[in-house]
Design a protein around this ligand. Structure first.
Ligand code: GUN
Length: 287
């Protein structure tokens, strides 16, 4: 049996529709137009594409968007000063510093991100927001894992009581995904580069999330028949060829549902970012 293909486009349209209503409500009830500031440091081509996408989606939904371009040679102090300025600016509701940062300031990434006002932290990376997610009262949740969960819900895939396995333990995807799935009563295992007998573990999964950044790493023999596969990987294997962390063509013959790459959960990340901008605006109005 061939798996149901979970097209990101279909779900992202629904999420953006919802976000549009949120924007209208903020305008009508409070006279506020939500706004996002995205900081890009240096000229990473992939980052430039992502940032342009975020800007375009904001415009589509009526969210004010500002892209702050800073040079490759920006110092940690300069970037922190810019963040302080945006924290203090009441007309900015969401702040996002696009990653990766240039090599020269990469080591200070944590300090830089922690400087963002937690109520404006639309990436959900600040320890305050991470803590809220871990303790079960999430507010601003990282966009990619939040998008994966939302997609499972919109697709009508049950989570409660299921065995979920996540491959990858990053702060951006693996760890928040663990808490999101656990909060929905899945039994969750997180695998990583030191996991022994990985295929044995992944074959237990009713829901398998791959977030490792290794092209076609998850092969058909690692998948339980009828599992749901969420592929978060985006790997460029040739100038115009993107593949996920899952060997899609073979996996789709075993799984019951699978997200493609490109065109899968990547589209949901941007849609969830828009939802986070709206949520952040509401949090600031409630304060
Ligand atoms: N670069 C790749 N993914 C992300 C993300 O989710 N947030 C930020 N800020 N940068 C990224």
């Amino acid at each position: 049996m061939t798996a149901r293909i979970l097209e990101g486009k279909e779900f992202s349209l629904k999420i953006k529709e919802e976000a549009k209503l949120g924007v209208e409500e903020l305008k009508n009830k409070f006279g506020v137009t939500p706004s996002l500031a995205v900081v890009i440091v240096g000229e990473n081509p992939a980052s430039q594409v992502y940032v342009r996408n975020k800007h375009k989606t904001c415009e589509e939904l009526g969210i004010r968007s500002e892209v702050v371009e800073m040079s490759e040679s920006t110092t940690k102090e300069e970037l922190i000063a810019k963040i302080d300025e945006m924290n203090a600016d009441k007309s900015i509701n969401g702040i996002l510093v696009q990653l990766p940062l240039p090599t020269a300031i990469k080591a200070h990434e944590e300090e830089i991100l922690n400087r963002i006002d937690p109520l404006k932290d639309v990436d959900g990376f600040h320890p305050y927001n991470v803590g809220r997610l871990v303790t079960g009262s999430p507010t601003l949740v990282p966009c990619t894992p939040a998008g994966c969960l939302k997609m499972l819900d919109l697709a009508g895939i049950e989570i409660d009581g299921k065995r979920a396995v996540i491959i990858g333990r990053s702060n951006i995807v693996g760890k928040p995904m663990l808490h999101l799935l656990m909060s929905r009563h899945a039994t969750v295992t997180v695998c990583h580069s030191h996991t022994k007998n990985l295929p044995e573990v992944t074959r237990e999964a009713d829901i398998l999330v791959a977030a490792i950044g290794k092209p076609k790493f998850v092969t058909a023999d690692m998948i339980k028949p009828s599992a749901v596969i969420v592929d978060v990987g985006i790997n460029r294997i040739a100038p115009k060829k993107l593949v996920g962390d899952v060997d899609f063509d073979n996996a789709k013959e075993i799984a019951s549902a699978i997200t493609p790459v490109p065109g899968g959960v990547g589209l949901l990340t941007v849609a969830m970012l828009m939802q986070n901008v709206i949520k952040a605006t509401r949090l600031q109005l409630e304060k």
